[in-house]
Design a protein around this ligand. Sequence first.
Ligand code: ARG
Length: 577
Amino acid sequence: MNIQTLLNTRIQEAMVTAGAPEGSPALVRQSAKVQFGDYQANGIMGAAKKLKMNPREFAQTVLTKLDLSDIAEKIEIAGPGFINIFLKAEWMSQEVARVLRDARLDVQKVTQPQTIVVDYSSPNLAKEMHVGHLRSTVIGDSVVRTLEFLGHHVIRQNHVGDWGTQFGMLLAYMERLRKESSEISMVLSDLEVFYRKAKECFDEDADFAVRARELVVELQSGNEECLALWDEFIDISLTHCEETYKMLGVSLKREHVMPESAYNDDLANVVSELDDQGLLQESEGAKCIFMEEFANKDGEITPVIVQKTGGGFLYSTTDLAALRFRQHTLGFDRGLYFVDARQSLHFQQIFTLGRKAGFVKAGTSLEHMPFGTVMGSDGKPFKTRSGGVAKLSALLEEAQERAYALVASKNPDMAEDELRNIGRVVGIASVKYADLSKNRTSDYVFNWDNMLSFEGNTAPYLLYAYSRISSIIKRAEVNIDTLDASILLNSDQERALSVKLLQFSEAVDQVATDGMPHFMCSYLYDLAGIFMTFYEACPILTSEAEVKSSRLMLAANTASTLKKGMELLGIETLERM
Ligand code: ARG
């Protein structure tokens, strides 16, 4: 159990014993300043208000019921009724030693694992992945890793867009090339170019446009030749995605692809079920659902359209079918959707409608995890220098090149393969970390210099800190695993480092609950900073044996925590750079 949970439980119990209503929250937080101790409980004021008592007096009563003597050396009442908790050094040193010996760094598996569907990446296969797909892909993957580490049963769903009118145009273009007997897979090696050329034909050649429309109809009615052509296209496009995932170190595989087209046969059922339940209304020939929850201040409702005039189904219909599949077939307890914030209304409507229609159980939690846009320095969505959408694979190549040049300039004597490998790790890590470290709900500016900087909350800073600590440990030439020393917390720096180390599992929990990996990034950045301060004040290798062992253990614990944290972010570490 992490410290925060432990304190919450104990203080809440004491509050209830002291007369607070059952379930009154203790609201324990890490303290913002050292003078407020290590943790602060803020729940007293709220409970006292309910009891119509003076909060400081109530705090006094709570303290008489609270026994924290095993873990705290001092408890204080501060301000209007905060409780400040100062942890006990002996307890911390035992805990740090215990964490060091635990491969899971004291992060326990949850007692009640949930089945969690995570919908992420989900690009449209008509085009190549671009910078806009970075966020969903890397944030989703990091949350997936964190949830799995906690012991949940995670089901990845890559809800790729592989259906719709653009495919008619692409198939018509494939058909044309085939007639000219070009090698299709070669032409499709650059999907962006392929898409652009197909679009040109579609816009300029009327016969081509007619053929494209015919092909959509044929595709949807299951024409075999047409399906074969489409299969080939989808396969090549997915192969492109997989190359990008591999480069990025993202855990998505072919088996996680659950494309829009997989729901085709179910769409008519979804509509008729909604109809059976009396939820459907016809509006201008389209089948719609009007839900009061989505009325504006003038009472006008934005409807969910599930079938167009003429019979075509929509993105919404597919998402409703997916929701039902996830509940009935996958049996999820929690569904996380890592999708652009611009789709917020869509998801609020789908979730509300899904519940009304009984497609999901009442206890199932549905969470849209929105994210902001990747911006250029001009304040507009990020584009390449020539003004096109930035292809993700090209961007990742560039990152590796830039990182390589940077490390090569710092290490003129290093062998070429090692430099290339470091360039790869640092380049990819920089792009991922720049994205992961921002609060996902806000937009951020894509900036090479910032993300590749060795200063600040960046991947190079953390990777370098990790490699430096690893080299200190290596230089000590001792086997940490068999080192049986006690951890001495004689200085403020040793103490501060220990508290931080013991807070790792709180960062893990926060990422899992809120789906926000930036909490882990901030934690790791703080940890590395606290370690550096400790290292300046507390020499390791030159200290006498007992102190040296203790500090080495703190260093080893820091290294494993950094490594594990980076692993949960989906970032490789380097022993040397
Ligand atoms: N393919 C969609 C897009 O590129 C994202 C799909 C997200 N997932 C979902 N279940 N709707 O915008």
